[in-house]
Design a protein around this ligand. Structure first.
Ligand code: XIL
Length: 361
């Protein structure tokens, strides 16, 4: 049998020692929650939530309050829930979220005042309106809702998913566009501003993350609004993505930078990274990298102010219902255990803080 020479034994011990020390050091650092770390990075880290689960699941509430400093309403601030019948407002579920955010010292994001058919009740989409009548419906809704949450909601997605560059006129089909015309967007922002001049107003959309037709259209929309004196403060990039491909980080960074040149904040508003079934360890690791690379771009972009996930536990996500064959898009598993994506976010925030500390010394 070959004998191991003495220096190799020493070296082996050293390697084992370093390994143990490294693991220990990792663990001792990794007790900080995402919320604590993001706070130190001046970043909102958020999640979309539902009051139904919040009511009945204490682990859901605890994880949310521990790990995030912002919440978005996944559904309960949409038009069809807030005003299911004309003039009959249903604020109770949304108020629960707002109350939770207040108790836990979290920021509340409002999502979303005006959407197309998906978030809009039948009484609006199927009504036989004149332009003036529909403008009045929009004004009533936005005024009532924004006033109700005045001082409690910091950002509103005023208009969601209005642009469709594949259409010759450039807009997504909706009752708003069809009856009012493209200026429904300007009007919605004006009404929101009238109701609460302090709330920050965002345009939110999907597929506008990379440089290209859609992000060009969003950029032009925002620039045009500014020229016309319409109050707009930010753009929300939804980012329901997969493990490979779209969007490339460099593209995303350039896109955020050009919005920043207009004086606009960018927020990553609905990030999730869906996995094609069967879910493997390799896919879960790749998912962690995606969460990491998007966060890295946001941290390196001075105008990127929020990194928000569309949920946080695989127990409660829209993905399996909307994308057949996909699942497990979030950073906690169904038992609320952190997945590799959680640790990749945590590491990225810690590295960012370390770099910032070095820079400020
Ligand atoms: C989704 C919710 O997650 C679902 O529960 C609901 O049935 C449909 O809407 N873009 C958006 C979000 O702006 O409001 C959508 O949320 C997901 C896509």
């Amino acid at each position: 049998m070959k004998r191991i020479p003495t220096p190799s034994i020493f070296l082996s011990f050293l390697i084992i020692f370093c390994g143990i020390w490294h693991t220990y050091a990792d663990q001792s650092d990794s007790t900080a929650s995402l919320r604590e770390l993001a706070g130190k990075c001046d970043l909102y880290i958020g999640a979309a939530v539902t009051p139904e689960r919040m009511q009945r699941d204490s682990q859901y509430r605890e994880t949310l309050a521990r790990e995030f400093n912002l919440i978005t309403a996944e559904n309960v601030m949409k038009f069809h829930i807030l005003q299911p019948q004309r003039g009959k407002f249903n604020f109770a579920p949304a108020d629960q979220l707002v109350e939770f955010a207040r108790e836990q010292n979290m920021v509340q994001r409002g999502h979303s005042l005006i959407w197309h058919h998906m978030g809009t009740p039948d009484w609006v989409t199927k009504g036989d309106w004149t332009r003036e009548e529909l403008i009045e419906v929009m004004r009533e809704h936005i005024h009532t809702v924004v006033r109700h949450f005045k001082g409690k909601v910091k950002y509103w997605d005023v208009v969601n998913e209005a642009i469709d560059p594949e259409k010759s006129h450039g807009f997504h089909e909706s009752v708003w566009y069809r009856i009012i015309g493209a200026d429904y967007i300007d009007l919605a922002f004006q009404f929101a501003h009238e109701a609460d001049p302090d709330v920050l107003l965002c345009y939110n959309d999907f597929g506008g993350e990379r440089l290209g037709k859609k992000s060009d259209a969003i950029f032009e929309l925002a620039k045009g609004m500014q020229k016309r004196g319409i109050p707009i403060h930010g753009v929300g990039l939804q980012m329901h993505i997969r493990t490979h491909g779209y969007p490339e980080p460099e593209d995303l960074k350039a896109n955020i930078a050009r919005l920043g040149e207009l004086g606009l904040q960018t927020q990553i508003t609905e990030l999730d990274v869906r996995l094609q079934e069967p879910v493997t360890q390799e896919k879960i690791e790749r998912q962690a990298e995606r969460y990491q690379e998007i966060l890295q771009v946001c941290l390196e972009s001075p105008t990127c102010t929020a990194y928000i996930l569309w949920g946080f536990t695989d127990k409660s996500s829209w993905i399996p219902g909307f994308f057949k064959g996909y699942n497990d898009a979030l950073i906690f598993n169904r038992e609320y255990q952190p997945k590799p994506a959680y640790f990749s976010i945590q590491r990225t925030l810690m590295n960012h803080l370390q770099k910032e500390n070095v820079r400020s010394h």
